[in-house]
Design a protein around this ligand. Structure first.
Ligand code: APR
Ligand code: MG
Ligand code: MG
Length: 196
């Protein structure tokens, strides 16, 4: 995905048929643990290592037969996360926003977020190896480190210096800010440190 631009759900749905639509979701849960008994973990946020070596969010292309964005997302989540994803029941209310890009091909990326309990999130992680795409499109789920260690580099900044699918990096930063999972000043520092 080249340079992307933000647009509303209504604008995105009015684009010509030549545009493909994809839906992805950030799943998170409060996580009270502390790393080495000291560094607060705050939240568990799920991403995945993909077949192409990039990090991304669970989800994928919406097909005409799906009937709606949310139905397409639910199908992709069952394929990528396993039958446990059926209980997630994502709806329009979980919608965070859309981005579109002309290159490498016309794509609208719709993005959702859902807050779960830690038990629900752990159940998904445990069931994920039974998903039909496990070992194929999805090589494994990862939790995003939200903390920054004392050197100012390890943790979230280093995670952000990985390569991401489509606009997943922008989507991650936006969601962490909007859902208040990481304080804004800390996010800005992590983003800047990851680019050095
Ligand atoms: N996370 C992942 N991909 C994203 C994201 C995101 N947050 N935002 C945008 N994308 C882009 C990807 O770059 C990709 O081009 O959305 C597109 C579709 O998303 P995928 O999750 O890759 O689609 P999916 O339907 O799950 O399957 C991918 O398509 O390219 C083929 O053969 C390939 O089997 C693979 C399938
Ligand atoms: Mg898929
Ligand atoms: Mg996918």
């Amino acid at each position: 995905m080249g340079e992307s631009r933000v647009l509303s759900r209504a604008e995105a749905l009015q684009l010509e048929p030549g545009w493909r639509h994809a839906c992805h979701v950030l799943l998170c849960a409060p996580c009270p643990g502390r790393l080495r008994g000291r560094v607060p973990l705050r939240h568990a946020v799920l991403m995945q290592m993909r077949f192409d070596g990039l990090l991304g969010f669970p989800g994928g292309f919406v097909e005409p037969r799906d009937g709606s964005l949310e139905a397409g997302l639910s199908r992709e989540l069952r394929e990528e996360l396993g039958p446990g994803a059926a209980a997630l029941s994502l709806a329009e209310g979980d919608y965070l926003g859309a981005r579109c890009a002309e290159t490498p091909r016309r794509l609208v990326a719709h993005f959702y977020a859902k807050r779960l309990s830690l038990e629900q999130l752990r159940a998904l992680e445990n069931g994920a190896p039974r998903a039909e795409e496990h070992g194929l499109e999805v090589l494994g789920l990862v939790r995003v480190p939200l903390h920054t260690l004392r050197d100012g580099v390890r943790g979230l900044p280093t995670f952000l210096s990985n390569r991401f699918a489509g606009c997943a990096r922008e989507q991650l930063l936006e969601a962490l800010r909007v859902l208040r999972l990481v304080p804004e000043a800390e996010l800005r520092r992590a983003d800047a440190a990851s680019r050095k």
